[in-house]
Design a protein around this ligand. Structure first.
Ligand SMILES: [Zn+2]
Length: 531
């Protein structure tokens, strides 16, 4: 039984990964069709109810060894997820494809022309004219009313599929199929809210003072469009000088590669050689990392430019690749050569972005003079902490929104969205606005019930930093001992243990909010500045 599953997975999963890779490179319709066909084959495989029943019987045996139990548990979840009637699943797939296409082809009307998201977001980031950022923000939200009715219907369909396999609604199904307990998640959200309340308020007050100056308005006249990001997902650069010029004439790929070499990850050059790093015609604009075959073919897909955002994205995506590359391939059965839960992989990748605020990194990798690096490092670290605070509070908005959205897709969602933004992000709603601004966020449509992974990932990342600081004096400057610890304790076990066990083994404590609370203290304690 398990041997059959393994034989199938070795053939079908690499085929689906390769089809994805090819389609995102070429952008050709025929390649996207091949990708969908490969995905459908995977879905059909897991939709067989008789196999699920046999797996569930096997799982009831009392004499299972740990590895076999984990394999059966994970397989049962994979099968359970695909048990809804096939016609509902097909309707969901085609509704998702339509909405995805609407998001990727929609162009807002702005300044009398059709504008891309990138153009609107550049205006939001750069302009200091209130009327102009307001116009860009409103344009950025136009997509909301185009897709909101379809999204509501899609939520009903997703709920129908979830209820058909015994879950309360789609939100609960997604979490439980992913081995997350909804009640425990809500408790974690509440704990994060409490732990970040004071520092977020303090940081936001500092930010508002700067923004009021920048836009020459009174603080009470600040509106959502003044926060640079259309959803205030991060904090505008006010606590440090702009970081882009640091990388304008740098080979950011080599900087990232060298960082990982110094940490002891020798395979980084082979990974980069298999990867596709630079923009070109037809190529998808996103960034991702993929483990093609669980036999060592790990790659990343990027569109690198010489700026701070791509420096961080490189460190992030390469973090995913060294994780996947480091999973044991000699003893672990094929189906456990994976992370135990996506948020550990996501959290590790976010953890990997930290060196760029480290004075030693600025000195040794970018060649900045010591005095400059020592002054700039703490500023960049303060900016990072401010951005993390904004991000965590934004996560609260979107995770709570999705919870209420699937509980009742027909409620007044426009009102709900601004209630949440005001409560968690302290961003006042525009007077008299009653528009589906929730539908302007692409994740709500195409990566549903995913955002909790970023939040849990940040909790994990901060616990990991705390452990490495205590035991190895940190991750950077390139401490090969910290690298070896991560390899042995986090990567090698793959999905051998449930996620809660692995978090405790690696960080020395259960997943909680204390490390995050310390990392986002505001005002910044003097001693926490350089890492
Ligand atoms: Zn990631």
């Amino acid at each position: 039984m398990l041997a059959d599953e393994e034989t199938w997975a070795r053939r079908a999963l690499p085929r689906a990964s390769r089809a994805w890779w090819t389609a995102s490179l070429s952008g050709r319709r025929v390649d996207y069709q091949r990708m969908e066909a490969a995905d459908r084959a995977v879905n059909r495989h897991y939709s067989r109810p008789t196999v699920l029943r046999r797996l569930e019987r096997l799982l009831q045996a009392s004499d299972l060894d740990g590895l076999t139990r984990r394999r059966l548990e994970r397989l049962c979840l994979a099968y359970r997820a695909k048990q809804a009637p096939i016609d509902i699943l097909d309707r969901i797939t085609s509704a998702e494809a339509d909405i995805q296409e609407t998001y990727s082809t929609f162009r807002a009307t702005f300044d009398g022309h059709a504008a891309s998201d990138n153009e609107l977001e550049d205006v939001l980031r750069i302009s200091t004219d209130s009327a102009r950022v307001e116009a860009a923000w409103l344009a950025r939200k136009q997509i909301g009313s185009v897709v909101s009715d379809d999204l509501r219907q899609l939520a009903h369909l997703r709920n129908e599929a979830a209820r058909a396999i015994g879950f309360k609604d789609y939100w609960h199904a997604q979490l439980q199929l992913d081995e997350l307990d909804p009640a425990a998640l809500i408790e974690t959200l509440d704990a994060v809210e409490r732990a970040t309340q004071k520092p977020f308020k303090a940081m936001k007050a500092d930010l508002d003072r700067q923004l009021a100056r920048r836009f020459k308005v009174a603080q009470r006249d600040l509106r959502p469009w003044h926060y640079a990001d259309p959803f205030f997902q991060e904090t505008p650069e006010v606590f440090a000088p702009p970081a882009d010029p640091l990388y304008a004439d740098r080979d950011v790929v080599e900087l990232a590669a060298d960082s990982y070499r110094q940490l002891g990850f020798r395979n980084i050059d082979a990974i980069l050689a298999r990867s596709d790093l630079y923009p070109r015609k037809g190529k998808n604009q996103h960034a991702y990392a993929v483990d093609i075959d669980r036999e060592g073919d790990v790659r990343t897909f990027l569109n690198v430019e010489r700026n701070a955002r791509w420096m961080n994205t490189l460190l992030h995506e390469l973090g995913h690749t060294i994780y996947q590359d480091g999973i044991d391939r000699t003893e672990l059965p094929y189906d456990l050569r994976d992370d135990p839960q996506g948020f550990l992989n996501e959290g590790f990748a976010m953890f990997c972005e930290q060196p760029t605020a480290n004075p030693a990194w600025l000195r040794e990798m970018l060649g900045r003079p010591r005095e400059q690096a020592d002054a700039l490092g703490p500023q960049l670290a303060a900016q990072d902490a401010a951005s993390l605070l904004a991000f965590v509070r934004w996560c609260l908005t979107i995770v709570h929104f999705e919870r209420h959205f699937y509980a009742d897709p027909d409620r007044d969602l426009n009102q709900l969205w601004w209630d949440l933004e005001e409560r968690y992000q302290l961003v006042p709603r525009p007077e008299g606005r009653n528009e589906p601004d929730w539908a302007a966020k692409v994740h709500v449509a195409t990566a549903p019930v995913y955002y909790q992974k970023y939040l849990l990932g940040q909790l994990f990342a901060k616990q990991l930093s705390q452990r490495l600081d205590a035991e190895f004096g940190g991750w950077w400057p390139g401490r090969a001992r910290a690298g070896a610890f991560i390899k042995n304790e986090l990567f090698l076990p793959g999905a051998r243990y449930p996620w809660s066990v692995l978090v405790e083994r690696v960080t020395g404590q259960p997943l909680g909010v204390d490390a995050l609370a310390r990392a986002v203290a505001w005002p910044r304690p003097a001693s926490s500045a350089p890492r």
